[in-house]
Design a protein around this ligand. Sequence first.
Ligand SMILES: NC(=O)c1ccc[n+]([C@@H]2O[C@H](COP(=O)([O-])OP(=O)(O)OC[C@H]3O[C@@H](n4cnc5c(N)ncnc54)[C@H](OP(=O)(O)O)[C@@H]3O)[C@@H](O)[C@H]2O)c1
Length: 274
Amino acid sequence: MTPSPTTTSSPSEDPRAQELSLAGKVAIVTGASRGIGEAIARAFAAHGATVVLSSRTQETLDAVASSINEEQAGVGGGGRALAIACHAGKPDALEALFARVEDELGRIDVLVNNAATNPYFGAAIEAPEWAFDKTVEVNLKGYFLACQLAARRMVARGSGSIINIASILGIKPAPMQVIYAMTKAGVISLTKGLAQELGAKHVRVNAIAPGLIETQFASALIDNESMHRAHLRATPLGRHGQPNEIVGAALYLASEMSSFTTGAVMVCDGGFTA
Ligand SMILES: NC(=O)c1ccc[n+]([C@@H]2O[C@H](COP(=O)([O-])OP(=O)(O)OC[C@H]3O[C@@H](n4cnc5c(N)ncnc54)[C@H](OP(=O)(O)O)[C@@H]3O)[C@@H](O)[C@H]2O)c1
């Protein structure tokens, strides 16, 4: 049966829906001083965005921002970077970050919640309470508060894209990382719940679930020969990933190309969860 014609105008008719450009957009990327966050921030600037890099250490962020700005000055693509230090688990620090970005740049179009921690690698029944509190503070409370701060402003403007970096451990937990996996499952739940609340306000909320990616964060696993080998055996592509291999998903979700995508979890794991 042919579907009946609809009079509702569709964003797919908007030519911007075909573009991966982030020109004119302001994006905040937490945990942007290295690893996946840095790779995403570099790619956003290369696609024309003004990117606010955040993590705890101003000095490291300044170095990354300078390198991005030099790179962008060379190509003249309009992208640029600004570095603002912020502890992603501290409510006052997060409020100050978002207020400053709004004051200085006038808008927030994209939030990438990426800064996370995993301070305890061991049996859950032996885990100290401090490790639980610390992991929940940054990975769950921090993500939630940053979503609130971004979404309030995006709702007021009538558009925005929030990207939460989860993990495949949020889909399929693993031993020795139970607390971390719990928080990443929470991030996926946060993403899907907020997507439902904010869809009508034109704010999209999606998650990316990386598999094993070679960063400082994953060094404990990659440096452990037997665990690394076991992981690779269970990965159809037979290798771990690089930070740059998460960038395509982030660019897609930040841009108008993903205008009909919300509440999604994009898995980038070499097939590990297949
Ligand atoms: N690598 C993997 O295999 C993998 C797999 C699945 C998911 N992920 C997720 O990917 C994201 C990025 O991880 P990554 O592998 O790129 O790690 P990474 O290279 O260690 O980078 C972590 C970033 O977060 C910042 N950070 C850490 N704690 C922070 C805090 N309390 N407040 C603000 N910034 C903080 C760090 O800077 P400072 O230390 O200077 O603050 C750094 O910029 C995380 O959400 C992680 O859970 C990673």
